[in-house]
Each structure stands twice: as C-alpha cells, then as structure tokens.
Ligand binder design. Structure first.
Ligand SMILES: [Zn+2]
Ligand SMILES: [Zn+2]
Length: 336
C-alpha cells in the first residue's frame, strides 16, 4: 500500500509499505477520507514526543477490510470511523472517568501509524458505525467530538450570548454547536472576511473583523467566550468581553511555554471561570449523532480535497504559512 511517512522532522514522503495485519482485537480499515489537523503539523515539525518514521492522520473514516479473530461487533464491508484515542481503562485516571488523562494513552496517527495511508489497523473498541453520513463528514467527527467535549466542559446556558474568536474549522464547529446547545446569539470574530462570510452562512448571528469588534466595546456582554486562536495576546484581550460570572473556554492550543497576564482581582470580583478542555472523552458517538442529524454543516468546512501523493507538497505549503480551512486526503482515490 501507499502511505505518507514523516521520516524525520520536516521530511515527508509517500512510499510503499506493507498493509498492516490486524491483531485479534483490531479491525483493518480501508481509509476513505482523512483530515489534516494541527497535531499532524506538530509531528511534521518535530514538536512531538513519539518516534519516527510515523504515518500521521488521526481524523479518518473508511470501510472495514478485515477483522482480527476476536472481533465480534463489526464485520467486513461496514462503513466506520474511529476515536483515535486508545485509553487503557485500567489506570486511576481511567477508573475515575478521566480517560483523557490516561497514563498509558496511545493514539492512532500519533503513537502508532495513522490514516494518511491506504490502510490502517484500529482496536475494535475505538470503532463506530457511521451509518449514512459521507466519508468526508465522518472524517470530521473526531474534531467535532473535541468541540462537543469542550462545550460540555464550558456549559452553554440556555438563551446565552456566545462569542467565538477564530473562524477556522474548529471555530465554525463551535459556532454551529453553540446554537444547538441553546445559545440565543452567536458572534464570531476573525481577521479574514471570507471566513466570516462562511460563519454567517453557517448560522452565526453576528460576524466582525477584530478591528470592527473592538470598536463596538461590548465588554461584559457574553456568558461564554470561546478562544479558537491559541494566541496568548488575543486571549488576554478576550477576557473583558466575558459577562460577570461567565466562562472563557481555552480551546485553541497555545504554545506550551507561553504565558498570560490576567488580573486575578478581576477573576475574583467578576466570578470569572477559566475553563480548559483537552482532546475528547466519550463524545465520539454524540458527534456522529450530531453529524447524522444534519443540524451541523461539516461539508462546507473543507476547502481542499487531495490525493495522498499531494501530502508532501501540502506540508511544505503549511510550513510557509498557508492557512486555509480543512484539508481532506482520499488515500484510496475518490470519496466513494
Ligand atoms: Zn486533530
Ligand atoms: Zn488509563
């Protein structure tokens, strides 16, 4: 089979390799669609704790092409996606239902080979039937499941006003989900007009460029502010927009050596809640249900549909600062 390997930091090539053999408790998946995400870029850049060479890709869907002899719940030919996080379910964190802090966590496309390949293996317990949603939509269930988890952590009060900074694929998922979660008004802020136009099309009530939004002076106005930029300076500026007793959700990933200047008196006096959310936990099935409902548009978040052969060029482009929306690879040719 063909696969995109990151041989070492900044070196990515497509080459032939053996089709993996599923262990007794695993399925073999023919990959139909696989999304590119920031984690893949971190592995490409060498900002990663695992080993090389690595086939990245943890957002994927496909058709079951083979099953290990212990697999009981799935059969060959089934259309599925999988939660890439493999929790041990035996450590203290797992036993306390904090699986995303599992001390023995493995992840498809991170600590083992992922979906930028024609085939991959996944433990049966991570696999979900995707029913009739498209492979492209199903490849976006993983990031959607992270967004669902983030909003579960933050809590969106019914009838609230929600402010979202950053209108990339994740911000646009948050904007749509906030409405489903009961927000009465969703405002999206970004630097780029084209992204804001898409936010509007996908149901945001108000959209503003950062400069326009600053001028409105809507301080102390939003029950929930969701940061999808991961830029510390932007986050510092967002805090003033949170309503008294409201919540700011840190969703965009900041550099791990960064720092914020926050006035703790303001946190105290205004009863602000600073909320984090890391990866996902048991929200994959919910995200599939939301995708199936048709109440969230995932298809329009895709701006590039590529063959695997185009992966090396894409990663070079990302290094030179290209920031689009979602890129999906089709390792077996077409989406069908
Ligand atoms: Zn991801
Ligand atoms: Zn564990």
């Amino acid at each position: 089979m063909k696969a995109f390997f990151i041989e070492k930091p900044h070196v990515g090539i497509v080459r032939e390799t053996e089709i993996p053999v599923p262990a007794d408790d695993e399925i073999l998946l023919e990959v139909k669609a696989a999304g590119v995400c920031g984690t893949d870029v971190h592995i490409y850049k060498g900002e990663y704790f695992g080993s090389y060479p690595r086939i990245p890709g943890h957002e994927f869907s496909g058709i079951i092409a083979g099953i290990g002899k212990g697999v009981t719940k799935f059969k060959v030919g089934q259309r599925v996606a999988a939660d890439p996080n493999i929790f041990c379910e035996a450590c203290d964190a797992c036993k306390e239902n904090r699986q995303n802090f599992c001390v023995d966590m493995h992840a498809v496309g991170v600590t083992r080979h992922g979906a930028f390949a024609q085939y991959l293996t996944v433990p049966e317990r991570c696999v979900f039937d995707i029913s009739d949603i498209s492979f492209t939509e199903a490849s976006m269930v993983e990031p959607l499941a992270c967004v669902v988890y983030g909003q579960e952590k933050a809590g969106i009060p019914l009838g609230s006003s929600v402010l979202i900074f950053g209108a990339g694929p994740i911000g646009l998922m948050h904007a749509q989900l906030a409405g489903l979660n009961g927000a009465a008004c969703v405002t999206v802020v970004d630097l780029f007009e084209d992204k804001l136009a898409l936010a509007k099309k996908l149901g945001a009530d108000y959209t503003y460029t950062s400069a326009e939004f600053e001028k409105l002076g809507l301080v102390n106005s939003f029950e929930v502010v969701i940061d999808c930029t991961g830029v510390p300076k932007v986050i510092e500026n967002e805090i003033k927009y949170v309503k008294d007793s409201g919540t700011i959700l840190f969703f965009g990933v900041c550099p791990d050596n960064s720092a914020l200047t926050i006035n703790p008196y303001e946190v105290f006096k205004r009863e602000l809640k600073l909320c984090g959310s890391f990866a996902l936990k048991k929200t994959f099935g919910k995200a599939i249900a939301i995708a199936r409902s048709g109440k969230i548009n995932l298809t329009d978040l895709v701006d590039k549909k590529l063959l695997l052969e185009e992966a090396p060029k894409l990663f070079e482009e990302i290094m030179s600062g290209n920031s689009g929306l979602k890129t999906i690879f089709y390792p077996n040719g077409t989406e069908k």
